[in-house]
Design a protein around this ligand. Sequence first.
Ligand code: F6R
Length: 672
Amino acid sequence: MTPQKKLKKKIYYEQEVLNLTFTFIFLDMQPPLPPSLSYKAPGSFEETRYEKLHNVICESSSEGSILIAHEIAALIKEKQKNNQNCILGLATGSSPISVYRELVRLHKEEGLSFKNVISFNLDEYYPLAKEDVQSYHSFMYAQLFNHVDILPENIHIPDGEVALDEVRPFCIAYEEKIKAAGGIDLQILGIGRTGHIGFNEPGSHENSQTRTITLDHLTRFDAAPSFQGIENVPRKAITMGIQTILSAKRVLLMAWGTNKAEIIQKAIEGPISSMIPTTYLQLHKNTTLVLDQEAASELTRIKTPWLVGSCLWDEALRSKAIAWLCGVTGKSILKLTDEDYNQNGMSDLLASNGSAYDLNIEMFNRLQRSITGWPGGKPNSDDTYRPERAEPKKKRILLFSPHPDDDVISMGGTFDRLVEQGHEVHIAYQTSGNIAVSNQDARRFLEVTQDLLEVDNAYPKVAQLIKELEEYNPQLPATRGLCALKGSIRKRESLGATRYLGIPDEQVHFINLPFYETGLIDKKPLSQEDIDLTKQLIEKIKPHQIYAAGDLADPHGTHRVCLDVIFEALEQLKTKAYMKDCWVWLYRGAWHEWEIHEIEMAVPMSPDQVLRKRKAIFYHQSQKDGVMFQGNDHREFWIRAEERNAATAKKYKDMGLAEYAAIEAFKRYHFL
Ligand code: F6R
């Protein structure tokens, strides 16, 4: 498949998943054109009136990455034509990975040469050895330099090994080298959640140049998973300064995923402030921010477009606006008045759709109909307004869980009901989840085994694994034995939970997708092998319902890849006759919940069902009490799940619907 075709498919997926056509809903806006990154002064259009930085919203991070890579490639070629060097400022982190992947593809498949490229990297942790797998030096070689024909002498990366008293002269020389090369033609940037660009943390001065900087706690916290714990993340870094970045002729900043939405809104709509260093880019007259839909989701024109201009009020937008209106007025749906609509930028909605009364009733009914205690469909009942079909009464159901535990954390209550209501429920654990088992836990299990096997001939193998644990080096891939051990721990925990919820073991499938099995935090890109394994299971079960984790927060995260694998498998299977009867429901992982207006099936839980769900989550013991990959939320998974489900129930109640202890939420994905 050509990347273009792949891209089209991706765009289609994400439109389907999110139903996010908000970017183009303004009546007076041009019809959607293929996005171009060409710079336009911010504030030129009505819909961007809150915005102080030029930005382009792409359908997906893959589309955005390809656009950036193509702008870089065009510049390299233009410079080649004129016999000039092309000076690139390069970034690291998760955001530019797909950009580098596309540049490597352009080199390998389309002959793009990097011989005239001189590169300057933004930053490096300090102190850190070049050989360290966490170093930006290693990152750049692994992601780009090892795969293209750039001349080694043209590569510049701040040196994390330079002696303390040599750092200042090193930084001055780095600036001099950039100047001597003629200045940076094109600088690419990511953005940290502190608002940093490079490692220019809050407080950085507009005139700052290459220097050392102390990293913010949040930055170290975000880097902790790659360093196997925050205590291993260096406290300092060497970074190009704000002035160094602003001196570039062209700047492209990319941001992907919901995690970046809040800081992107502040950077684009807020005033220039040293507390959010990205806002300094407002001073630069050739900067474009390239965003995916999720990263753009907090911008006023996306979040509350009715506050910006006139809108095309389709059903999705009406629901979004009314849910928001309930929030700002503190009223339930049926109490909203014409005045509430008029005073909150929604008078044109009233004009086009009649009175508040009609709008309120429509929204109320929609939400009311999303609630069902019969997630597999209610047998022998009229299903015209129910989220699921009544027939067939007994459905074959395939629940995909990215890691062994997302099933119970995210939809344990619904899972329980589906089993209780007599459906044939299959669970598919997509990855082994082995990376998230701590060495301490692994050792505990081994020692129990060792006690049991003292006289058995399997003992030497156990002793070998204990030795491998003792010699464990986080910089190297975990051994196959350790991966298998940790994978097995998670497998046994999962079986504890599925047995508790009443599923026979033969209906529990461990796919172990190969993209995950690196023994490292960094995973391989997804391949046809991952898709084939998923297709085989779908073909075997021929499900009437599929549940999948619809997580879009991190484009390189495991959940996202697991979702892409399922989408691709569905795409390749959609012509099969049995797929016509297959409905796909997306739940959300531990991190986010669907917005009220997105929910198409809301499954309420009684207090007793909440307790059963908690117990099922408790079977995943290795993921309890300070887990390895906690994310930026310190609560344990079961607490997160309970608070989230209770919050959804409260939202329904606050909007005037029945009060439940907890609600799990789903959105349908239409793939046919
Ligand atoms: C990396 C850099 C940082 C990152 C930022 C976002 O060279 O300078 O500013 O761009 O921390 O990191 P990711 O992309 O991993 O979210």
